[in-house]
Design a protein around this ligand. Sequence first.
Ligand code: GSH
Length: 212
Amino acid sequence: MLEVYAFSTPNSVRVPVALEEMGLEYELKPVNVRKGEQKDPTYRALNPNGKVPVLIDPSGPDGKRFVLTESSAILVYLAEKTGKLLPSKGEARARVFEQIFFHVTGIGPAFGQAGYFQKQAPEQIPHALTRFNTEAARVMSVFDGILRSSKFAAGDDFTIADIAHFGWIWRREFAGIELAGYPNVQRWYDSVANRSAVGKAVDRVTALVPTT
Ligand SMILES: N[C@@H](CCC(=O)N[C@@H](CS)C(=O)NCC(=O)O)C(=O)O
């Protein structure tokens, strides 16, 4: 069975969402990033970058065990393995990659840094707060503009581009972002969050957080 090392985090949740949407069975292996388990040498043997998620496919390319890091690379791998949620050619495929790259170079870093400087930095740095809060709001406006004329992130159909965006927008509170000022993102978010596969993945990932 596929194994996913993950925690209740923006990048982790993307992988279970994809697996649920694709109808693949998987086992979730918790890595408590609050306790630093992602830095353990045994975990770093899977991901030298010391971050979640990691996917292990016992039947990877050429039928061999395959370990893959980077949530966006995992989304593409799973889409190509199953032939689902990624158009095979042309503009439709390019639009999916356009959105994934926009997410990983735009929304993801802006949200991550905004949240860090708001909530975790050892000192308040006004310029950093202004810089990353402004950038987080700006990229949300860009995404809202895209969704003004598009049902999903990369066109009329739900794809891995929507899954790529979902993680951080699900965890937007960390970056101090609210959907109130972004009506098209709100409409898109509700439609994605209400998908039964997405709900199942969110429930499974959320359950990884210890209650004691
Ligand atoms: N580009 C990586 C980012 C992974 C990442 O930043 N994961 C975070 C959780 S969302 C993490 O492991 N944080 C703990 C740490 O950085 O030590 C991916 O998409 O997989």
